[in-house]
Design a protein around this ligand. Structure first.
Ligand SMILES: [Zn+2]
Ligand SMILES: [Zn+2]
Length: 255
């Protein structure tokens, strides 16, 4: 069974989805699900934090072979210890590590963060922060949305082209391989063929450097987005020779 390994329900501050809605949609699509709620310690706004015990208690009756419970940790240097303890002390099936903030206060989501800075400068910081975080957070199972910044950056051409940032992207991919951390293929933007074209060389490079596995995640915050663009994602994974996997009880499972 293929799993959508990245989605948010009402436990995350930016989602109102009910777990029952997620399950209904997953059954229609014949997908397994891993719920991955936001845990961003040291975020300027403390709302991206949840109580893990309340989460496990509330969703215990829904947990099954096809509904697993994970977390998406926002990686920052300052909250490494808290994040590691969270992952160690709780029975998550899966831990995603993601970059949502840069330089402690810069939220990639907001245009103000970019100011007058050029893409080359901002994206270089983004990849450097990501590589450093992957090295520091060696306990995570997968790196979330490597292309996150391209969702929000207010540049005429926000897309990530491997050849523009080859050295920086290689450092991220090499760190993933060294630490046995899987790369996520975030499917949110794959409805656009040009996005697939720009991401393909990055995932191909991951394979060439020794990476073998990929998780597929829609990053759905609403029912309608669960499993979005999974056909394109499967094609892209196969084209890159990457095997689709998911995690249960922190162990990699083959699809
Ligand atoms: Zn995220
Ligand atoms: Zn997410």
């Amino acid at each position: 069974m293929i799993f959508d390994t990245h989605l948010h329900t009402k436990v995350s501050a930016d989602s109102e989805m009910q777990i029952t809605e997620a399950l209904t949609r997953a059954r229609e699509l014949k997908l397994g699900l891993i719920v991955t709620e936001h845990m961003d310690f040291d975020y300027p706004d403390p709302s991206f934090i949840f109580d893990p015990q309340a989460y496990f208690t509330e969703y215990a009756s829904y947990r099954s072979e096809s509904l697993l419970l994970g977390v998406e940790i926002g990686m920052q240097e300052s909250c490494y210890e808290k994040s590691r303890a969270l992952a160690e002390e709780n029975q998550f099936d899966y831990v995603i590590g993601s970059i949502h903030l840069l330089e402690h206060t810069g939220d990639i989501y907001y245009p103000a963060f970019y100011g007058n800075r050029l893409k080359q400068e901002v994206y270089s910081i983004y990849f450097k922060t990501m590589a450093d975080s992957v090295k520091q957070y060696s306990f995570i199972d997968a790196l979330g949305h490597i292309d996150y910044i391209a969702r929000y950056a207010p540049y005429a051409e926000p897309e990530i082209y491997y050849h523009e940032f080859a050295e920086q992207i290689d450092e991220v991919l090499q760190a993933l391989i060294t630490h046995d951390t899987v790369i996520e293929l975030n499917t949110r933007r794959l409805g656009d063929r040009s996005v697939i074209k720009s991401l393909a060389p990055i995932y191909k490079r991951y394979y060439d450097l020794g990476g073998r596995y990929v998780t597929l995640g829609s990053d759905a915050h609403k029912m309608v987005d669960i499993g979005s663009h999974f056909t394109a994602a499967k094609e892209l994974s196969e084209w890159c020779n990457l095997k689709m996997v998911y995690f249960k009880n922190r162990r990699m499972q083959y699809v």
